[in-house]
Design a protein around this ligand. Structure first.
Ligand code: GLY
Ligand code: MN
Ligand code: MN
Length: 496
């Protein structure tokens, strides 16, 4: 390992203060790891996300491509990062829009080259229009100047890369993972790759996605601090939601309280749209309407995550509107709680995602058998009530990138068992159809009793060298703690 690579790794594991965010030195260290993974005969080109149009002249709020953000902190559209690890003079170039008063009076200030240099740690900042000329100069062994005019008789911009081209060893790395459907339009990066391929058939093309995936699945100390903040704010939002559930009459009131808690806590916004689901709505996994009536006997499920400096949390609580579980609601909640406890216990370095999933199915199966909702503890029967994965990485994306094999220290993961009782779906399922008559009538009886109950409990956990660290403890999780909190909130709320 080179000394600079060792320094980069040391920097990424040093603890920092969340308020400081990610330093330009850390971005440089991340790029150094990528550069060392792709090697000196390579060029990497990474584009900013395209602004997304909602309809007509209305755009969605802009969100940078996560990998570009991870390597630079740059939030500008129309920008691109180029890495040339074998070229000491131009090893890193950021192409970005230049300041433009005419444009800025419509869409806000564009950062200056000095600001981009300071924020990203990239020495060479060039205008966005220069990208194609630069790439052509690199691939064709020509000179290049930021002004875009070729310099006669000047040296090639990337001499050692040109040498690799001559030897037939050059590689162009792009983020190409998103495969389009066979009959769909090509995403812009693949169109770009196709154009380069046609023009430079001697050059190999490589997908940089696995390199970024390998880096991002383990969080750096700075990322962890940002995630702790996102998770903490989300915990406050869960507490606000539980308090309000004592009196709220519509899901949208709770939805509003969650957004308010995010802003008060210093988050910009949500990391994914909140799910606020009362009663049987909680049995729809991606329920987003958030506008139904809440009745006092309902359970309310809030699956939410604040975004703090680009990082999201992902925490779910399910609690009774009114503060007391019915016997049936509590039985289902206890079942999910036990499954979650058992899975969190084995969220340890060296264990696999497969083992976590198997544990969840095994414990949920035992519990569903106890509830009478299944007749044998078999994954196929369990899947009638638990029909999503046990968890995922969390980070810049709520379902963050990762290899999903063995757990390693520094991973932040969500663990989210659930039971969703949808009587009509179960009765219509092939699994139910295969049961014997006596089994069917037993299950049908239990379905009558628990129909419409949906419970998910989701927590964010840091995998360590030892016991997992439970990051989202702030909001009560067990039925007893939830009832205690909610009824304490009732007692302590001021008289109307
Ligand atoms: N909120 C999305 C999920 O729980 O995976
Ligand atoms: Mn989740
Ligand atoms: Mn969630």
């Amino acid at each position: 390992m080179t000394r600079s690579l060792a320094l980069a790794i040391a920097l990424l594991t040093t603890s920092v203060n969340a308020a400081e965010g990610v330093s330009s030195r850390e971005y440089a260290a991340r790029r150094q790891l990528v550069a060392s993974a792709i090697g000196p005969r390579s060029i990497l080109v990474m584009f900013s996300a395209q602004p997304a149009r909602r309809n007509g002249s209305v755009e969605w709020p802009y969100r940078q491509n996560d990998n570009l953000y991870y390597l630079t902190g740059n939030t500008q559209p129309d920008s691109a990062l180029v890495l040339l690890p074998g070229e000491p003079a131009t090893s890193e170039v950021l192409f970005a829009r230049e300041r433009n008063p005419q444009q800025e009076r419509w869409s806000g200030r564009i950062p200056s080259a000095e600001e981009l240099r300071a924020g990203t740690g990239i020495a060479t900042i060039a205008g966005a229009d220069g990208l194609n000329g630069f790439i052509a100069a690199v691939l064709e062994g020509r000179s290049w100047s930021p002004a875009g005019r070729p310099l006669s008789f000047a040296d090639p911009i990337a001499p050692s890369f040109s040498e690799a081209v001559r030897r037939g060893e050059a590689e162009v790395w792009l983020l190409m993972e998103r495969r389009p459907p066979l009959d769909g339009d090509l995403p812009p990066v693949l169109e770009y790759a196709g154009r380069l391929r046609a023009r430079y058939p001697e050059i190999r093309f490589r997908d940089a996605t696995p390199v970024l995936r390998g880096l991002r699945e383990v969080k750096t100390a700075a990322e962890l601090e940002l995630m702790r903040r996102a998770i903490d704010i989300t915990g406050d939002a869960q507490l606000a939601a539980m308090r309000l559930a004592m009196t709220a009459t519509n899901e949208k009131q709770i939805d509003d309280a969650i957004d308010r808690a995010y802003r008060e806590g210093g988050a910009c916004c949500w990391g994914f749209p909140s799910i606020v689901a009362a009663g049987a709505n909680a049995t729809t996994l991606h329920y987003h309407a958030n506008d139904a009536v809440i009745r006092r006997g309902d359970l309310v499920l809030t699956d939410i995550g604040a975004d703090y400096q680009g990082y999201t949390a992902d925490v779910t609580r399910t609690y009774p509107a009114g503060g007391r579980f019915t016997a049936e609601q509590r039985a289902v909640h206890d079942a999910v709680f036990r499954a979650q406890e058992e899975v969190i216990r084995i969220a340890r370095a060296g264990n696999t995602w497969r083992e976590l999933s198997d544990k969840a199915h095994q414990v949920l199966g035992e519990e569903l058998l106890e509830l009478g909702l299944i007749t044998r503890n078999e994954p196929e029967q369990v899947r009638m009530y638990f029909f999503h994965g046990i968890g995922h990485h969390v980070g810049l994306q709520v379902h963050d990138t990762g290899r999903y094999q063995q757990l390693r220290p520094g991973m932040v993961i969500a663990i989210e068992p659930g039971i969703y009782v949808r009587k009509d779906d179960v009765l219509a399922s092939p699994t139910y159809a295969k049961l014997g008559e006596e089994e069917k009538s037993r299950v049908a009886g239990a379905l009558e009793r628990y129909n419409g109950i949906g419970v998910r409990i989701e927590d964010n956990v840091l995998v360590t060298g030892g016991a997992p660290e439970h990051l989202s403890r702030k909001a009560p999780r067990s039925a007893a703690d939830i009832e205690k909190f909610m009824n304490g909130a009732r007692v302590s709320s001021p008289a109307p």
